[in-house]
Write a protein of this length. Structure first.
Length: 475
């Protein structure tokens, strides 16, 4: 059903119809379109533009359409250009010409951006919830491995001994930053564009503040031109999804490495692995690899939208039809990927002996020599040089730095007395890192407790926001 045409002598060419048609993907907005139209009808009634009887008929018909959409009994057809024309077609089928009355005082320009914001709010909260569940799963695994020592890496080389729980929990911190950005997104973007019309505001619904409150927004956009052209909220959401994707990719990379025969740190459950069509022995970490791969897709969705938005003139332009598919794709891919990642980690077996093997190799305890000297009031620049000479001697002798004899150490520097030996173990190195962000058992236990408290706070926020927006207009 076309929503325009009076000034045209003929209809659009078939190629134009095909190019303009968006209903196949923007049908995802149908439930939100119903909600927004109900709020708009209430505004028309309050303004005296629509009678109470007509408003009641249209509202009831919209309610029925919403139920039919949810049940799958009302769907778009080939005559519909977009979700808005499909909804109006459904109303006209129920009410005749009265079905077109709800178009007064609004435009598809302000309607679609309002629908889209509500879709993003709903689904961003869902992504946030799944992210929290993944962070919780990581923290649970970390808590079970609080005594597990491991080599820490920089540049994929042995650096210093750490607790493996510290290694795991770093991902939870990153994921909760993603959730925090989503929370910040909602604070900034809880602004209703409805009432902006095509670009100049509405002459028929003068109080969009009431409609905004009914839709659970916290305010109204203050410039109608900006409101219909603003897609900052879309780009910002896509950035949040892309950043989350990058974090998932890093988790995937580590599990792929840990799952190799050479590392053997983790054994993935059969339910979260796949095989080879030609090599019967293969058990592949496809979930982890797909997490890496999909990050490129999320980044591409963000980049594509930013290029679309660059240089757009004045209010609404049809280019903005291209804003939805990147979001729909990122949302749907994340809501598939996050549960799979959670299951992969929850069912994984961590192989403690393999993880701990070689924890002090690669001269990983060299920093302990430098720290010992600093405690003896040796300037760190000198301490670093002395520890480096110890490493050089150990390499010459084909041993690890902590395997040097007392005589070797004293020969390097007279201040390397035998009591340095007390520090030359992975357990001592880990226990000494007692800073609030360190890797000692006490520090990591406290960190996990703080993560748990953060997760409770974010879970409460998500529940509160879901309740607020699910109650809009009684829907």
């Amino acid at each position: 059903m076309a929503l325009w045409g009076g000034r045209f002598a003929k209809g659009p060419d078939e190629s134009v119809l095909k190019l303009s048609r968006s209903v196949e993907f923007d049908w995802r907005l149908a439930p939100y379109d119903v909600r927004v139209n109900k709020a708009h009808v209430a505004g028309l009634k309050r303004a005296g533009v629509m009678s109470a009887d007509d408003a009641a008929l249209i509202t009831d018909a919209l309610q029925e359409l919403g139920q039919e959409i949810a049940a799958g009994t009302f769907f778009y057809d080939q005559s519909d250009e977009d979700v808005h024309s499909a909804i109006e077609r459904g109303l006209v089928a129920k009410l005749g010409e009265l079905g077109g009355a709800l178009r007064a005082g609004r435009s598809r320009n302000d309607l679609v951006v309002t629908d889209f914001k509500l879709y993003l709010i709903d689904h961003l909260l869902e992504v946030a919830q799944e992210t929290i569940l993944l962070a919780t799963t990581i923290d649970e695994a970390a808590a079970k491995l609080i005594d597990q020592i491991a080599p820490g890496f920089t540049h994929l080389q042995h650096a210093q001994p750490i607790l493996f729980s510290h290694e795991l929990a770093k991902h939870s911190h990153a994921l909760l930053r993603d959730v925090d950005r989503m929370k910040d997104w909602l604070t900034r973007n809880s602004v209703s564009p409805l009432g902006s019309g095509a670009l100049a505001g509405s002459a028929l619904v003068p109080n969009p503040e009431i409609i905004a409150a009914e839709l659970s927004f916290q305010g109204v956009a203050r410039n109608s031109i900006d409101a219909v052209s603003d897609r900052d909220f879309v780009a910002e959401a896509l950035f949040n999804f892309a950043m989350l994707g990058v974090h998932l990719s890093r988790i995937g990379e580590e599990f792929t490495i840990w799952n190799t025969y050479e590392f053997g740190w983790v054994t993935l459950d059969d339910g979260f692995s796949t095989g080879s069509s030609i090599m019967p022995q293969k058990k592949n970490p496809d979930i982890a690899e797909l997490a890496r791969g999909k990050s490129g897709r999320f980044i591409g969705n963000l980049t594509g939208l930013l290029v679309t938005l660059k240089g757009l003139p004045f209010a609404y332009n049809r280019d903005l039809q291209e804003d939805k598919e990147p979001v729909f794709d990122s949302v749907e891919q994340l809501l598939t990927l996050l549960p799979a990642m959670r299951g992969m980690i929850k069912t994984a077996t961590f192989n403690g002996d393999k993880i701990a093997a070689g924890v002090s190799d690669g001269h990983a305890l060299a920093t302990e020599i430098a720290d010992f000297l600093v405690r003896a009031q040796v300037p760190f620049s000198q301490a670093h040089e002395i520890a480096g000479r110890a490493v050089s001697l150990a390499q010459t002798n084909g041993i690890e730095v902590h395997q040097l004899s007392d005589t070797d150490l004293l020969g390097i520097d007279s201040r390397l007395t035998p009591n340095v030996r007390e520090m030359l173990s992975s357990q001592a190195a880990i226990a000494s890192r007692v800073s609030i962000n360190g890797t000692s058992p006490k520090s990591v236990t406290a960190q996990l407790g703080q993560l748990e408290a953060k997760i409770r706070g974010y879970s409460s926020w998500i529940a509160s926001e879901r309740k607020r927006f699910s109650g809009m207009m009684g829907v």
